[in-house]
Design a protein around this ligand. Structure first.
Ligand code: GLY
Length: 423
């Protein structure tokens, strides 16, 4: 996973002045770069959709990222799983997730129109299955919660599950058919957002941010690691799990986000096995989530671990083993498929698993981070919410519960600056 940090070994190298050098003169003020209405720190899907939507509303926007288009979405499977990933206590988040899921068809069409790129939106539905009595009890509980929340899902016997997905293991004990949980290809989504941003005249500064600039209690832009200052009327921190580690951000507005590692595998379904699966298939095996997301291109994405290991993005033998073992219990034929990629990404986790959207207590500074397991799902609604905020100064009603101010009293101190983190 890439970050927007400056690599530690790329720190400013200072050479001693030679004996013949003139005495050092006072350092000049940092050269000032372009002034934009909006500066977005972070060029992952959340930063890009914010930039695109804001630019479409007439704002001049600059995205700062050493490698725009990177970030967690390069690893994510792209499930739009508002219903199958419902959890107790997350009903408010459910509302936002559903709002974004509903927007996906129009969003995909609009983005395709703007970019000329297909984003792999596939209304294929999802089947969540149980392999043993414990899994079945877990799924029954989820089914009840879905029903209480007014969501549509249908309980199926093991035989009915296998009729839908013949590659499932004979031991499958039952499952939930969720026809409303779809998928998108996050890499295509990112590529389309990059083109759409460029066509909407969003400027890209491929650089590392050194710090946020605050002048008289107002955020006024950032300074890059080469000393260039970029001014902006409004600055948005959309740097995923790194958003809480940017130097210069006052402690009381630092977002309390943390990295949650996810290891993900990519396999290929050869033509002779197609269609291997018709829809996303998932299960909880011995307490761990495993999901298989089949794309029309033949790619099959298998995810994901969930590990609280700080900034570590190592792909481990244990992680790959567990994912393959669990996926194999679900769909035994998976061992025949070529394994083409293993990768780990960092989800930006927040204390309540929900995103932080909109203005902070520091004028001029906004957040669009903390999307945790739902960054790809929440991309359309985040773009709309942030564009509204940046043009009106107000959070729309649907996003009010996600104001960063809900953590104002509990934001932790930053122990490291962005520029000190490993990459
Ligand atoms: N939403 C899937 C994941 O975060 O693994």
């Amino acid at each position: 996973m890439r970050s927007r940090t400056k690599p530690p070994n790329a720190s400013d190298s200072r050479t001693s002045p030679s004996r013949t050098s003139p005495p050092p003169s006072p350092s000049p003020p940092p050269p000032t770069g372009r002034t934009a209405d909006v500066l977005v720190v972070g060029g992952g899907v959340i930063g890009l959709v914010t930039a695109w939507r804001a630019a479409r509303r007439g704002l001049s926007v600059t995205v700062v990222d050493p490698e725009p288009g990177g970030g967690a979405a390069q690893v994510a499977a792209g499930m739009l799983a508002a219903v199958t990933e419902l959890h107790h206590g997350e009903q408010t988040l459910l509302g936002l997730n559903l709002a974004s899921a509903r927007r996906y068809p129009d969003f995909a069409a609009e983005l395709t129109e703007a970019s000329g790129e297909d984003i792999g939106y596939r209304a294929c539905g999802t089947l969540a299955v149980a392999l043993d009595a414990d899994d079945r009890a877990h799924l029954r509980e989820l089914h009840l919660l879905q029903q209480r929340s007014g969501l549509r899902s249908e309980w199926l016997s093991g035989r009915e599950c296998r009729r839908l997905e013949p590659m499932l293991a004979p031991g499958v004990r039952g499952g939930l058919r969720v026809d409303g949980d779809h998928q998108v290809d996050p890499r295509r989504l990112t590529a389309a957002l990059l083109v759409a941003c460029e066509r909407a005249s969003v400027a890209f500064t491929r650089a590392w941010v050194r710090e946020l600039v605050v002048v008289r209690d107002r955020a006024t832009g950032v300074v890059l690691t080469d000393g260039t200052a970029l001014d902006a009327g409004q600055t948005v921190l959309a740097a995923g799990s790194l958003s809480g580690r940017i130097a210069g951000v006052p402690e009381h507005v630092l977002p309390p986000v943390r990295p949650v590692k996810g290891q993900v595998l990519r396999l290929t379904v050869p033509e002779r096995y197609a269609p291997f699966l018709n829809r996303t298939v998932r299960a909880v095996v011995r307490g761990s989530h495993v999901y298989l997301v089949p794309r029309l291109s033949g790619e099959l994405v298998v995810g994901a671990t969930s590990e609280e290991l700080g900034w570590d993005t190592t792909v481990t033998a244990g992680g790959v083993y567990e994912l393959l073992r669990d996926a194999h219990e679900l769909v035994p034929g998976i061992t025949e498929l070529p394994l083409v990629e293993t990768r780990a990404g960092l989800r930006p986790g927040s204390p309540d698993n929900a995103p932080l959207l909109g203005p902070t207590a520091l004028p001029g500074l906004h957040l669009a981070t903390g999307h945790y397991r739902n960054g790809v799902l929440l991309t359309p609604v985040t773009g709309d919410v942030m564009a509204h905020v940046l043009t009106t100064g107000e959070l729309p009603d649907e996003a009010r519960p996600f104001t960063p101010r809900r953590f104002a009293a509990t934001a932790p101190a930053a122990s490291q600056h962005l520029s000190e983190l490993p990459v």
